[in-house]
Write a protein that binds this ligand. Structure first.
Ligand code: SF4
Length: 223
């Protein structure tokens, strides 16, 4: 007797999960090769400028940097500086702490003769958290160990629906789960640029946004 095959129907209401690697493709393409807004010339300058950019803006740091680097051109010179001598050069929020942080980093590099290349060592520096380390590693083309999460990422990711936590560490873990490791650096920068240029805090430019086909915020807005 011929056997009949039982066919199980998939429920029609099943929601398809977004493949974020696929969905981010246009964004990665748009920002591939885009220069970081901090105008650094080498690893030393980048590290110092990343520290100075906390609670400040890239434009302000770019403005301050030439005088600072003229006076202290490398880690060795900076390691011998007194914090007070830096104050007039790095004016702005948290300048006293920042002076200590950059001198501390400079002393470490001057003593060891090497700039660390992994996130564990980089984040041992005071004033250099995971975001800073991820920016540095991404710009230097080092092997990715995490994804940049800054204020822009914290706003853009929940709108998109790619990561929902409001805690930077948890959000980074969510992003790392959803994005292939080979894209971590690029995706981190692309999400940041999206927030800077398009997904603005009060007036996101949704209609011209490349991500609107997959964006949860946009779908709700259009209902
Ligand atoms: S569609 Fe709108 S809310 Fe969504 S990522 Fe783009 S700008 Fe932001």
């Amino acid at each position: 007797m011929a056997q009949t095959k039982k066919v199980t129907k998939k429920p029609s209401s099943t929601k398809r999960a977004v493949d974020w690697n696929e969905a981010l493709r246009p964004l990665l393409k748009k920002y591939r090769g885009r220069k970081h807004p901090l105008a650094y010339q080498n690893a030393y300058q980048l590290i110092v400028m990343i520290v100075l950019s906390a609670r400040s803006s890239d434009a302000i740091v770019n403005n301050q940097a030439p005088a600072l680097f003229a006076a202290y051109p490398d880690f060795n010179a900076l390691s011998k500086a007194e914090p007070e001598a830096l104050y007039p050069l790095i004016k702005g929020p948290g300048y006293r702490h920042k002076a200590e942080y950059i001198i501390g980093i400079a002393k470490d590099v001057a003593a060891t003769g090497v700039i660390p290349e992994d996130i564990d060592r980089l984040t041992q520096w005071k004033g250099f958290g995971r975001k800073s380390a991820n920016v540095y590693m991404s710009q230097m083309g080092l092997k990715a160990e995490g994804i940049i999460v800054d204020l822009h990422t914290l706003r853009v990711s929940p709108r998109l629906g790619i990561a929902l936590s409001d805690d930077p560490k948890k959000m980074e873990a969510e992003l790392m789960e959803r994005i292939d490791r080979k894209q971590w650096h690029q995706a981190g920068m692309a999400l940041t640029f999206l927030g800077r240029e398009t997904c603005r805090p009060t007036d996101p430019h949704c209609d011209e946004c490349l991500m609107n086909p997959v964006c949860g915020f946009y779908k709700k807005k259009k209902k």
